[in-house]
Design a protein around this ligand. Structure first.
Ligand code: THU
Length: 129
């Protein structure tokens, strides 16, 4: 459980640098890989709204750039007063680097840590036959 708290702390740190002048929703994500490394990301918005990126997308890009391709855990946090879970597109991105054990860590407004599985949040991912 301490690991989950630590990962949320990394996500919160990344969130501080989020660029979200349009939605005002700052989001941070932190990925733990099997090697023990941590990769973070934040959302980066754009005046042309669809050009913006989610925090999870940034964290995954950083992980892949470092040559790692497996997500043990991913923690997501925002400055909103609700439990933020990855959007549909980010669930598909997380799924790409996940297995059945991968944990998606979130925080409720009451500071309760929640652990989700990708199969719960994305029961019917796109997969080639
Ligand atoms: N956002 C994320 O960074 N991750 C999510 O999983 C959901 C949404 C960002 C995108 C946008 O910058 C802001 O939150 C509001 O939608």
């Amino acid at each position: 459980m301490k690991k989950n708290q630590q990962l949320l702390t990394f996500a919160r740190q990344a969130m501080q640098n989020a660029y979200a002048p349009y939605s005002k929703l700052k989001v941070g994500a932190a990925i733990l890989t099997p090697s023990g490394n941590i990769y973070t990301g934040c959302n980066v918005e754009n005046i042309s709204y669809p050009c913006g990126n989610c925090a999870e997308t940034g964290a995954i890009s950083t992980m892949v750039t470092a040559g790692e391709y497996k997500i043990s855990k991913i923690a997501i946090i925002s400055n909103g007063n609700f439990e933020i879970k990855p959007c549909g597109a980010c669930l598909q991105r997380i799924k790409e680097f996940s297995n059945q054990k991968t944990e998606i860590i979130t925080l409720t407004p009451d500071d309760i840590i929640k652990i989700h599985k990708i199969s719960e949040l994305l029961p019917t991912p796109f997969e080639e036959l």
